[in-house]
Design a protein around this ligand. Sequence first.
Ligand code: UT7
Length: 319
Amino acid sequence: MKILGIGSALPKKVVSNDDLAEYMDTSDEWIRERTGIVNRHIAVDETTTSLSVEAVKRALAAAKVSGEEIDLIIAATVSSDYIYPTLSCEVQAAIGAKNATAFDIGAGCSGFLFALGTADGYFRTGRYKKAVILGAETLSKMMDWTDRSTCVLFGDGAGAAVLSAEGEQLKAMTQGSNGFEGMVLKCNNRPVNNLFRPLGPQTYSFTEMNGQAVYKFAVRTVPGAITKVLEEAHMSVDEVKLFVLHQANKRIIEAVAKRLGQSMDKFPTNMEKCGNISAASVPTLLDQLLEEGRIQAGDKIVLAGFGAGLTWGACALEW
Ligand code: UT7
């Protein structure tokens, strides 16, 4: 497969660490030092669907592909606007992709990597030729805004890619899950509540996280996943031009760089501007890197995601 074009979209409202400090007991210093995050975009008028449609239209324009040519749409999200219909079906209608099969997947912050792996599998059946994959979140609505240990970390946004089955860009891919430790990062859905087990009116649940457990998981798992794809792709770690990692936390990225024996110059970040946008972080960062001309034909690039589930995914690409 080959990536033909990338697009992204962020909400207009930018919220700084100092802005948050006006509402809760936190500080720019604490957030910046522990996470590298300075600003995040927060949806006010935007929705997961509107951001997705904007990102997908940009990706289609970059790829010079029409909606009608798309035969597969996979949206990775944990914060869609409807339980059903799916985000991918809403995107299908908005771009006129009448020939597409569309479905969502949930793999937390690894979602974009899982969508990429799924599209690759579909391409290998020979039945699909051109796909849109996207990661899109409005996680701000999943936050308990009185919990400073989580709400300062996340932001909203969407990133999308148009893929073709023809091409040799994807050299290796790995994905994994560890549901045994899944409860360290969770948000409850509706509980069982019906005529036979009435619970009465329910309030929403919000994100709960054991930050240190997630941190340890990421630092333990991501270097191994990257090493695995590099071995399968017959690429040396030094040959890789850029490591485009999920933007959860700068300290996690620094620890991964150290374990791989690589300079942080090869690990671009955008968490300073966007915070953690979960499934949207990898495609949004890729879009920014392409716009800045930092990725050229022939470059060897590694993508990696990790997060709720727990899940992780990594792939090696030759652009
Ligand atoms: O996509 C995956 C998403 N998840 C992650 O990336 C999470 C990975 N984990 C982390 O990045 C870190 O664990 C955090 C940044 C979430 C937290 O850093 P930490 O060094 O593990 O801090 P901590 O939870 O041990 O808290 C240290 C202190 C506590 O105060 P006390 O008990 O020592 O007095 C917290 O109450 O920092 C306090 N604290 C804050 N202080 C100011 C927690 N949140 C904040 C805050 N502002 N926003």
